[in-house]
Design a binder for this molecule. Sequence first.
Ligand SMILES: Nc1nc2c(c(=O)[nH]1)N[C@H]1C(S)=C(S)[C@@H](COP(=O)(O)O)O[C@H]1N2
Ligand SMILES: [Mo]
Length: 325
Amino acid sequence: MRTMIKIAQPGAALEREVTGESLYWSRRQFIKAAGAGLALYGTGLAGCDDGPAAEAAPGRKLLTLEAKPSALSSAEEPTDYQDATSYNNFYEFGTDKEDPARYSSELITNPWSVEFGGEVGKPGKVGLEDLIDRSALEERIYRLRCVEAWSMVIPWIGVPLAGVLKSREPTSKAKYVAFRTLHDPEQMPGQRRPILRWPYREGLRIDEAMHPLTILAIGMYGRELPNQNGAPLRLVVPWKYGYKSIKSIVAIDLVEEQPPTSWNTSAPREYGFYSNVNPEVSHPRWSQAKERRIGEFRRRETLPFNGYGEQVASMYAGMDLKKYH
Ligand SMILES: Nc1nc2c(c(=O)[nH]1)N[C@H]1C(S)=C(S)[C@@H](COP(=O)(O)O)O[C@H]1N2
Ligand SMILES: [Mo]
């Protein structure tokens, strides 16, 4: 596995030291002390516009987002913001972990819309501002476990996918949900080469998509999403390997048959449709038993369903999870 290389961004570190990070973390301490659930997230940063995310995408201000803390959050300490925004997988901008932060800053994320199709009563394009109710935003601190055996803990900001899907009125034939990322080789240089079959595609079974843990995120660490993390809208499915959490979504189709997904199409033996985190099912080229939390040196045991088994295991009762990996 690669070791992490930190890229110094001119001017970034200084700004971060002066305001953002320290502010964010002191607020976290406050939230902890007050007991999560009592503190209203976002108020402490009101009026402050150079917070932690300000340096992540040069030339773009990442606005503060107000979000309610969620009872579904993990109690773990979030990964360092700098790590979460400089060690990314977003192959549309290159295959190195540093490429997304380097090459995604010009991506135009406003205006943005998502096109709904397939088995829905209300198909068509919906502007992001109409799709996500900003007064309903929640902060969900989730572990993200990459198939490459590293993990992070990220305070996402978003809404349950279920409500968004229901607003499009799925028909009784809607058995799966298919997601698609923007396809624009001009803006996404990685798409000029056939690393994957573009656009990036992912899919969920309808019960997985409707599960309360599954969210659509528009922010993290109290701010809008940096481009490298999937701005302006990404999926987060915490009990599955990271590649299921598709970034920069432009289309969502409700469909009757299991939809093709990018990783499963490119290497079906290595990446199944379900992709539930499973320490007992090795990737053909490496074990999935352990993981390294970014920022730590010791390796941790990987937990079944990434530690969310109590909430999600019943959806797979009776399924052979080695076959349906
Ligand atoms: N469109 C798109 N979405 C994507 C990817 C990608 O290459 N393209 N990489 C996936 C992988 S492999 C992981 S581990 C997560 C990483 O999310 P993060 O960079 O916010 O940590 O994004 C996922 N979503
Ligand atoms: Mo990943």
